[in-house]
Design a protein around this ligand. Structure first.
Ligand code: SDX
Length: 430
C-alpha cells in the first residue's frame, strides 16, 4: 500500500484521495469515495485512464512491450510450457508440479465430450452462419445442460464449471467448424494432447486416417498460450461485468465471446487477413497506408495499433516466428500474404504517422496467415481466439467472484439530455 495522497481542488474546496501502488506498473488514485465526498463523478469513456479492479493475473507494460502471466514472461511460457500448464498457472497462480500437471491434464482430457443432446443445437443454425454466432449461442446454451455447476457461491461448482469450459470449448469450436463445412462431427480422443485433439476433431474425416502433425500441433498449442489472457481488455471486462451480477459462468463466457467478435478486438485477426488479401500485392501497399492515414477514410490497418501496447506486441513477435515455422513445415516457400504483411509492417514502422502514434503490429497481424496455413477458413479465426481466451476469462471471473469486496458493476454517466419537463398531450404537440 502506498502512503501517497492526491489532492483534488475545485474552487475553494479540496479533498485528499489515497494513492495505491501495485507490485509493478502505474499507481492508482482511489476514487471509490469520490462521489460521496464531492458529489462529482470522473469521466473516462473507453476507460483509457481507469483501473476497473485489482488483479494478480496478468500484467502488460505497454511502453516496454512486455506481457506477464502471473509474473512469467509470455516468451518463456510460449517457448518452454504448454497451454494446459498456462491454464493451471492462470487459474491457480503458480506453475504446477509434475503431479499437479498430470492430474490437471487428466481431468481436462476426461471432460472434453459434450452432452450428446447439445449436438442437436447445431442443426438449428444455418450452415452459412458465421461460426462466432454459433459459438456465442452454443456456449451460452451450456448453462442449459450443466446447471449442476452454475451455483457461483459454491467453490466446487465454480471449479467444475471452469474445468468443463476449458475442456469442452475445443470440442464445441471443432463442431462449429465441422457444421460450417458440412462434415460429420469427430469425437474427442483421450489419447491425444489438447492441441492435437483439437486439430484431430477439426480435420479428421471418417474416410481417412488423419495423423496430427506434431510440429503443427505444437504451433497450435503455442497460439493458444499467446491468446490465453490479456488483463482487462474489452471482452474480459465484459465477463467481469456480467459476472458481477451473479450470472452463471457459462452465460458470462458467452458474453465475452460476443464482445470478442468485434473487429476492433478479437475479430481483427479475421479482418487483418481479409485486409492483406484485399491489398493482394506489395505494390498496392502505399495506397492502403495512405488510406489508413486519411482521417476522412474509415479504413484502418487491421492488426495494427493497441490501446495498451505503444511498442511491439510481444505476442506478435512470437506469432511471426510461428508463422515461419508452420509455413516451413508445410513446405510453403512463399506466401504472397506473408510477403504483403512483412512489407506492410516494414513500411508502416518507418512511416512518421505510425511512429508518432506509436502504432505497431498486434497479435492479430500475423495470426491469420498462420491459421489459414493450418487449414482454417478466415471465419474460424476469432473462434480460435475465443477458445484460447476462455481460460483467461474464467481466471479473471474466478478472481472477481472470490474477491470479498466485489460488488455489482454499475458505472454512472455525464447526462446531457433534456432537462426535466412535463408531459404534453398529443393534440398540443406541433
Ligand atoms: C486485440 O485490449 C486488448 O488487450 C485487446 C487484445 C487482447 O489480447 O485482448 O490485445 C486483442 O483486440 C488487439 C487489437 C486488435 N484490433 C485491431 O487490430 C484493429 C485495428 N486497431 C485499431 O482499431 C485500434 O488501434 C485499437 C482499437 C486497437 C485501439 O484503439 P484506441 O486505443 O482507441 O486508439 P485510437 O483508436 O484512439 O487510435 C489512436 C490514434 C487515432 O488517431 P487520432 O484520432 O489520434 O488522430 O491512432 C490511430 C487512430 O486513428 N489509429 C490507427 C490505427 N489504430 C489507431 N490508424 C490506422 N490504423 C490503425 N490500425
Amino acid at each position: 500500500m502506498s502512503d501517497k495522497t492526491a489532492k483534488l481542488s475545485i474552487g475553494d474546496e479540496s479533498w485528499d484521495l489515497n494513492v495505491r501502488s501495485g507490485s509493478v506498473g502505474p499507481d492508482v488514485i482511489d476514487i471509490a469515495s469520490l462521489y460521496g465526498q464531492t458529489g462529482k463523478f470522473t469521466y473516462d469513456p473507453g476507460f483509457t485512464s481507469t483501473a476497473s479492479c485489482e488483479s494478480k493475473i496478468t500484467f502488460i507494460d505497454g511502453d516496454e512491450g512486455t506481457l506477464l502471466y502471473r509474473g512469467y514472461p509470455i516468451e518463456q511460457l510460449a517457448d518452454h510450457g504448454d497451454f494446459l500448464e498456462t491454464c493451471y498457472l492462470l487459474l491457480y497462480g503458480e506453475l504446477p508440479n509434475r503431479a499437479q500437471k498430470e492430474d490437471f491434464d487428466f481431468r481436462v482430457t476426461h471432460h472434453t465430450m459434450i452432452h450428446e443432446q447439445m449436438r442437436s443445437l447445431f442443426s438449428g443454425f444455418r450452415r452459412d452462419a458465421h461460426p462466432m454466432a454459433v459459438m456465442t449461442g452454443t456456449v451460452g446454451a451450456m448453462s442449459a445442460f450443466y446447471h449442476d455447476s452454475t451455483d457461483i457461491s459454491d467453490p466446487h461448482q465454480r471449479m467444475v464449471a471452469s474445468l468443463r469450459m476449458i475442456a469442452k470449448l475445443p470440442t464445441i469450436a471443432a463442431m462449429t467448424y465441422k457444421y460450417h463445412v458440412g462434415q460429420p462431427f469427430v469425437y474427442p480422443r483421450n489419447d491425444l494432447d489438447y492441441a492435437s485433439n483439437f486439430l484431430h476433431m477439426c480435420f479428421a474425416v471418417p474416410c481417412d486416417d488423419y495423423k496430427v502433425n506434431p510440429v503443427l500441433a505444437r504451433a497450435m498449442d503455442r497460439i493458444f498460450t499467446l491468446h490465453a489472457d490479456h488483463e482487462q481488455n474489452a471482452s474480459t471486462s465484459t465477463v467481469r461485468l456480467a459476472g458481477s451480477s451473479g450470472a452463471n459462468p457459462f452465460a458470462c463466457i458467452a458474453a465475452g465471446i460476443a464482445c470478442l467478435w468485434g473487429p476492433a478486438h478479437g475479430g481483427a485477426n479475421e479482418a487483418a487477413l481479409n485486409m492483406l488479401a484485399e491489398i493482394g500485392s506489395v505494390d498496392r501497399i502505399p495506397e492502403y497506408i495512405a488510406r489508413a492515414k486519411d482521417k476522412s477514410d474509415p479504413f484502418r490497418l487491421m492488426g495494427f495499433g493497441h490501446r495498451v501496447y505503444k511498442n511491439y506486441d510481444p505476442r506478435a513477435r512470437i506469432m511471426q516466428k510461428t508463422t515461419h515455422e508452420v509455413l516451413a513445415e508445410l513446405g510453403i516457400k512463399d506466401d504472397p500474404l506473408l510477403d504483403v504483411a512483412m512489407e506492410l509492417e516494414r513500411i508502416a514502422l518507418s512511416d512518421e504517422y505510425f511512429i508518432e502514434k506509436r502504432l505497431y503490429p498486434n497479435i492479430d497481424f500475423y495470426s491469420g496467415i498462420t491459421l489459414r496455413a493450418l487449414g482454417f477458413p478466415t471465419s474460424m479465426f476469432t473462434v480460435l481466439f475465443a477458445l484460447a481466451r476462455t481460460v483467461g476469462w474464467i481466471a479473471q471471473w474466478k478472481e472477481m467472484i472470490e474477491d470479498p469486496s466485489q460488488r455489482i458493476g454499475r458505472p454512472r454517466q455525464l447526462y446531457t439530455g433534456a432537462a426535466p419537463r412535463d408531459y404534453m398531450p398529443i393534440d398540443q404537440r406541433s
